[in-house]
Design a protein around this ligand. Structure first.
Ligand SMILES: [Fe+2]
Ligand SMILES: [Fe+2]
Length: 143
């Protein structure tokens, strides 16, 4: 399980709301893994987690384009890699009804959000603050 940590707050309220929601969905999935839930429960909670992450990434990318962030290309490439890694995990689950994320996959699920926020999301946050566009960014996160 991941414990939310205020050191990853961006100060853009709707971004932080999404990140907290992602932490909750990852924790629900990990709880099902730990409880050795049956395959359909596991698939459902994985899909809920994945949907929450994909939705956030989609809205965040639209917001970054709307505010004119100059680092979109690199940021989107990192998002793409995250989505590919999640997709690979889903494929592994589908290919093996007894599949349980191993230690490496579990560690990755627990760490990627914090790593991504601290490195890439904080970079756009600093740019948005300097550009005086926090309110626009916040509004756009509700699209
Ligand atoms: Fe991001
Ligand atoms: Fe984000």
């Amino acid at each position: 399980m991941i414990v939310w940590d205020d050191t990853i707050l961006t100060g853009i309220a709707n971004v932080d709301r999404d990140h907290k929601d992602i932490v909750d969905k990852i924790n629900l999935f990990l709880a099902d893994v730990e409880a050795d839930a049956n395959v359909s429960v596991l698939h459902d909670s994985f899909r809920r987690m994945e949907h929450c992450i994909y939705r956030h990434i989609e809205v965040e990318e639209k917001m970054l384009l709307a505010v004119g962030y100059d680092g979109t290309k690199a940021h989107f490439a990192v998002h793409k890699k995250l989505c590919d890694d999640l997709g690979d995990m889903w494929d592994d689950m589908l290919g093996d009804v007894d599949f349980r994320p191993g230690e490496a996959a579990t560690a990755w699920l627990k760490s990627w959000l914090f790593d991504h926020v601290r490195h890439q999301d904080f970079a756009y946050r600093d740019w948005i603050v300097a550009a005086g566009k926090v309110d626009i960014a916040n509004e756009r996160m509700n699209d």
